[in-house]
Write a protein that binds this ligand. Structure first.
Ligand code: GLC
Length: 445
């Protein structure tokens, strides 16, 4: 390669680098980062599945699972009249549990709305209760100083157009109109909404991701898409929601640019990911909707899930399913208060932190904020924990759960010692004070 070509190549390279370095952060990325900041710091929220399905008490999918005829299921609305109940009790419990935001099912797949929807009769406003539960809920959540979230399902299995969006196009379009109308109401009539949690709105979920293959219904293989002519017109809803509520955070279950990704279920903790906000949602016990006598798991299981999510740079949304009178199972409520008790003591190692710099390992996970790294040691192998060497200098190690921790640190070693007697049965939390910002430390494996 002659000198001239080489010089030209180096010059191009230099121009590219300078261009990249100074590339203005896309305005929408900056807005997205700004609007999700509180949520990233909050880490822990309450999910509430409440609706007609609380009456049979066989979970929120009872109508579909048991193929209960629409007009028969609709009769439940005549019995849905929660007595001596206000959402304040939910908000107080969420607060006592250390949760910073709440997400209530404003309308689930069965079509029953917990809010005012004009002439629509299938709502809690125009049936036995004659109450706008979404209205009461947002007031209660704000009063408790928590952030307000609403779950909304564009899918409504009362519309045959959901199952056959092409054959039953008119019905599919009526379902779409309901979706656009109701999202507008939720984002116009209840003040500031912080989270809109979509479910069942993905186009590829139409007909429950099934297609007629000329002979039979077949589940659409992963990666294959719906090819019919129906559209949810999500783009219209997206521009409307950004107009009505510029800072509302949305998940990715309605084919819109998501602020955060939803991972779902106890088995879906997944891997460390600090490139895109994510939230794990799990039922505290049983189904999402109410089922009687669903005993909670041991406290350790919930703390480990919360810590493991935070250590992977994610949030945790814990679900409860109140019964037909709005009551949350007392044993689940007690467990939630215990979680709150743990966060009262060790919340500094969760709230306002990010995952890392030590990547999740068999001993546990880490979180950090400013010049502090928190080790969450969930499993010990003797009195010592050997970690990958770290560039930042540790100026102090404090075992928040008790005992005296000591650290040996040099270029090739980082070893923490804490006598076994001080190991915490649930989570040994050790705070490492550093001489510099933890955010500057590359991820350590
Ligand atoms: C699942 C369930 C749905 C529930 C949702 C919550 O998708 O099918 O009923 O509302 O999880 O994440």
């Amino acid at each position: 390669m002659n000198i001239r070509t080489m010089t030209r190549k180096i010059l191009c390279l230099a121009i590219c680098i300078s261009a990249c370095v100074s590339l203005p952060v896309r305005a929408e990325d900056a807005q997205a980062a700004a609007r999700i900041h509180w949520w990233r710091d909050a880490k822990f929220g309450m999910f509430l599945h409440f609706g007609l399905y609380a009456i049979p008490g066989r979970g929120e999918w009872v109508q579909w699972n048991e193929q209960i005829p629409v007009n028969e299921y609709a009769k439940l609305a005549d019995q849905f009249n929660p007595t001596n109940f206000t959402p304040d009790s939910w908000a107080e419990l969420a607060k006592a549990a250390g949760m910073k935001y709440m997400v209530l099912t404003s309308r689930h797949h069965d079509g029953f709305a917990l809010f005012d929807d004009g002439t629509n009769q299938f709502t809690s406003v125009r049936s036995a209760a004659h109450r706008d539960f979404v209205g009461e809920y947002v007031q209660a959540v704000r009063k408790a100083g928590l952030h307000v979230g609403l779950y909304y399902s564009p899918l409504d299995w009362r519309f045959p157009g959901y199952i056959m969006p092409d054959l039953q196009r008119e019905s599919a379009e009526a379902m779409r109109d309901q979706y656009h109308r109701q999202v507008k109401e939720l984002l116009s009539n209840y003040g500031k909404i912080d989270v809109l949690w979509f479910d069942g709105g993905e186009t590829d979920w139409l007909s429950f991701s099934g297609d007629w293959d000329g002979a039979q219904w077949k589940k659409r293989p992963n990666g294959q898409h719906y090819h019919g002519g129906f559209s949810w017109q999500h783009d219209e809803v997206y521009s409307m929601l950004r107009r009505l509520q510029p800072d509302v955070l949305i998940n990715g279950r309605a084919d819109m640019p998501e602020d955060f990704h939803s991972r779902e279920g106890w088995g879906a903790l997944g891997n460390f990911d600090n490139s895109h906000p994510w939230e794990l949602c799990v039922p505290m016990a049983g189904a999402w909707g109410y089922q009687p006598n669903m005993q909670p798991k041991p406290l350790k299981d919930y703390i480990h899930l919360l810590v493991n999510a935070a250590g992977r740079d994610g949030n945790l949304l814990m679900n409860v399913g109140p019964d037909r009178n709005g009551r949350i199972d007392p044993s689940q409520a007690d467990r939630l208060r215990e979680i709150g008790g743990w966060l009262d003591k060790y919340g500094e190692s969760i709230y306002g932190t990010r995952g890392g710099p030590f990547l999740p390992a068999n001993w546990g996970v880490s979180t950090y904020r400013d010049k502090t790294v928190y080790l969450h040691i969930l499993k010990w192998n003797g009195d010592k924990l050997t970690l990958p060497p770290m560039s930042a200098k540790i100026v102090q190690a404090t075992a928040l759960t008790g005992g005296t921790a000591s650290v040996v640190q040099n270029e090739s070693t980082l070893e923490l010692s804490l006598p076994a007697a001080a190991h915490d049965e649930i989570d040994t939390v050790v705070a490492l004070q550093l001489d510099s910002a933890a955010s500057a430390i590359p991820l350590l494996k």
